[in-house]
Design a protein around this ligand. Sequence first.
Ligand code: ZN
Length: 71
Amino acid sequence: MDWGSMLTFDPDGLSWAQRDGDACVICHKRWPRPRVRVGRFPDDTHVLACNDCADSLTPAPRATVVSFRGR
Ligand SMILES: [Zn+2]
């Protein structure tokens, strides 16, 4: 599932670093550098978060991916 297309963030309350992808959009942490796309801004810029915050943002952990047995 592509969560990046589901969440839109309002850049108004964010710092330039967060808007630039230099800091986590949730916890403002700059190191380790946020690498997970968690959404986008209205102008289609990617919103990045660190792994911890991305985990808390995405309601469905990867582990819930089930294999469908069609036959
Ligand atoms: Zn974070």
